[in-house]
Design a protein around this ligand. Structure first.
Ligand code: ARG
Length: 466
C-alpha cells in the first residue's frame, strides 16, 4: 500500500502530518465500529468535564454551556440513528467532538482542555462496565427469585442427590434449587465488589502525567457517581483490571449457569423426566417430529466459552504492556461488550426457563428411591441405635446392599430376617429410616436437606431478595 494523497491529515491531531493514513492503517486503527457503544458514557463524561472547566475558570460559563448543550444534541442524533460515524475520526471520542464543532463552532475546541483521550476512554469504559456490574446484579436477583419460587413449590419433594452422577443420598428439590441460589448470591457479591473497586474516576489524569490546569477532580468524580478520583494518573489511564474483574466475575457466573443448564438438559431427557421444559424455551427438530430440544439450556451451557475467551483475550492483551497507555488497550472493548451481552442474555434466558419449567414430583420421588439411596441411613442407624462403630456399620450395610442387588430389590424391601443375618442387632425399627421421606427429614443439620431447614433458607433468601 502507498500513501493516498487524497486522504487528508486528521483534523484532530494532524498538525504535523502532510498526508493521511493508508486505508489499511485506518482500518486497523479505527475503533468507531464498536466503541460507538460508549456514546452515552462519552457524552456524560464530557459534560461533567466541561462543567468542571467552567467552575474552575479554565473556560467560560458561556463556552461550557454551549458545549454541554451541543453534546446533548450529538447524543440525541446518535440515539436516533441519525449520526454519520466516520472511520477517519477513529473513535467515538473524536466523532463526538468533531460533530460538536460542526454544531457550536470553535468553542468545541475548548472541551479537550486538560484532558486526553486516555483519561477519557478510561472514564467512559469504567462507566460502561460499572453499569454492566449493576445489570448483572439485577439479572442475578431475577434468576434467584425464579429459583426460589421453584424451591418453595417443592421444598419437601425428595429427589436423588448425586455424587459422580451416581445416586448418593436423597435430597429435596427445594434444597437443590437453593444450592444455585447460594452460588448466584456469591456471583452477585463478586460483581458488587468489582464495582466498588472500579469506582474511581480517571478524569484529570490527562494523557498520563496529570495536568497543569487547575482542575477539580473531586467535582468530576462526584458528577459521574464515582467515589473518588483515581490517585495515580499513570495507573488511572493504563490499567484495565476493572474490566478484567468484571470478566472474571462473569466467567465464574457463566460457569454456574453452565452447570445449571447441564442439569436441565439431563433432567428434561426421557431418561430422567425430572423436569418438563416449557415450549417457550424449547425447539423442535426439522426431521424428527417427536423432538423437543432444550436449545436455550444448551446455548447457556456454551456461553462460558466466549466469556472465558474474552477474559483470557484481555488478560493476554494487557500482559507485558509498559506504562502508561498503549493502543493495544483499544482491544479491550469488543471482548467485554461480547461477554457482557452474552452474560446478560444467558441470565435472562435462564430466568425465563427456570420460571416456566415444571418439576415432576412423581419422577423425582421415584428416582430418589433407586440406587440404594438410603444405605447411609441404614449405616447411621446401626451406629446410632445398635452402637456399631461407623466403619463396621458401613461394612454390614455394604453386605446388605449386595444382598438387595442380588435379589433385585431395594433396601426397604429386604425382610427383617435377612437384615438380622447380616447383623443380629438389627430390629424392625430400622425400616423407619429407610424411606426417602424419612431420610431427608432426618438431615436436620444446619444447611442440610431436611424440609424444615430448606424452609428456613427460603425465608432467609426471600428477605435478602425483597
Ligand atoms: N480509541 C482509543 C481506545 O479505545 C481511545 C484512546 C486513544 N488514545 C490515544 N492516545 N491514541 O483506546
Amino acid at each position: 500500500m502507498t500513501d493516498n494523497p487524497d486522504r487528508a491529515a486528521n483534523s484532530m491531531w494532524g498538525g504535523r502530518f502532510a498526508a493521511g493514513p493508508d486505508a489499511i492503517m485506518e482500518a486497523i486503527n479505527a475503533s468507531i465500529g464498536f466503541d460507538r457503544r460508549l456514546a452515552r458514557e462519552d457524552v456524560e463524561g464530557s459534560r461533567a468535564h466541561a462543567a468542571m472547566l467552567a467552575a474552575t475558570g479554565i473556560i467560560t460559563e458561556e463556552e461550557s454551556g454551549a458545549i454541554r448543550e451541543g453534546l446533548l444534541t450529538v447524543l440525541s442524533e446518535i440515539e436516533r440513528g441519525e449520526f454519520a460515524f466516520s472511520a477517519a475520526l477513529e473513535d467515538i471520542h473524536m466523532n463526538v467532538e468533531s460533530r460538536l464543532r460542526e454544531l457550536i463552532g470553535p468553542a468545541a475546541g475548548r472541551l479537550h482542555t486538560a484532558r486526553s483521550r486516555n483519561d477519557q476512554v478510561a472514564t467512559d469504559f469504567r462507566l460502561w462496565v460499572r453499569d454492566r456490574c449493576d445489570a448483572a446484579v439485577q439479572g442475578l436477583a431475577a434468576l434467584q427469585r425464579a429459583l426460589l419460587a421453584q424451591a418453595e413449590a417443592g421444598a419437601e419433594w425428595p429427589m436423588p442427590g448425586f455424587t459422580h452422577l451416581q445416586v448418593a443420598q436423597p435430597v429435596t428439590w427445594g434444597h437443590h434449587m437453593l444450592a444455585y441460589v447460594e452460588m448466584l448470591g456469591r456471583d452477585s457479591g463478586r460483581f458488587a465488589d468489582a464495582r466498588r473497586r472500579m469506582n474511581e474516576c480517571p478524569l484529570g489524569a490527562a494523557a498520563l502525567a496529570g495536568t497543569s490546569f487547575p482542575v477539580d477532580r473531586q467535582m468530576t468524580a462526584e458528577a459521574l457517581g464515582f467515589d473518588r478520583p483515581a490517585a495515580n494518573s499513570l495507573d488511572a489511564v493504563s490499567d484495565r483490571d476493572f474490566a478484567l474483574e468484571y470478566l472474571a466475575a462473569a466467567t465464574i457466573c457463566a460457569m454456574h449457569l453452565s452447570r445449571l443448564a447441564e442439569e436441565l438438559v439431563v433432567w428434561s431427557s426421557a431418561q430422567f423426566r425430572f423436569v418438563t421444559m416449557s415450549d417457550r424455551w424449547s425447539t423442535g427438530s426439522s426431521i424428527m417430529p417427536q423432538k423437543k430440544n432444550p436449545d436455550a439450556a444448551e446455548l447457556i451451557r456454551a456461553k462460558i466459552g466466549r466469556i472465558l475467551g474474552a477474559n483470557i483475550a484481555l488478560l493476554t492483551v494487557m500482559k507485558g504492556l509498559p506504562l502508561a497507555y498503549s493502543k493495544d488497550m483499544q482491544e479491550d472493548k469488543e471482548q467485554v461488550f461480547d461477554a457482557a451481552d452474552s452474560l446478560d442474555l444467558a441470565l435472562a434466558a435462564m430466568t425465563g426457563m427456570v420460571a416456566d419449567m415444571t418439576a415432576n414430583r412423581a419422577a423425582l420421588e421415584a428416582a430418589a428411591a433407586t440406587g440404594f439411596s438410603t444405605a447411609t441411613d441404614l449405616a447411621d442407624w446401626l451406629v446410632r441405635v445398635a452402637g456399631l462403630p461407623f466403619r463396621d456399620a458401613h461394612h454390614v450395610t455394604g453386605a446388605l446392599v449386595a444382598k438387595a442387588e442380588a435379589a433385585g430389590c431395594d433396601l426397604p424391601d429386604l425382610p427383617l430376617a435377612e437384615m438380622q443375618a447380616a447383623h443380629p442387632a438389627i430390629t424392625e425399627d430400622v425400616y423407619s429410616v429407610l424411606g426417602v421421606a424419612n431420610s431427608v427429614a432426618s438431615r436436620t443439620s444446619y444447611g442440610g436437606t431436611a424440609p424444615a431447614r430448606v424452609r428456613e433458607q427460603i425465608a432467609r433468601w426471600k428477605e435478602i431478595l425483597a
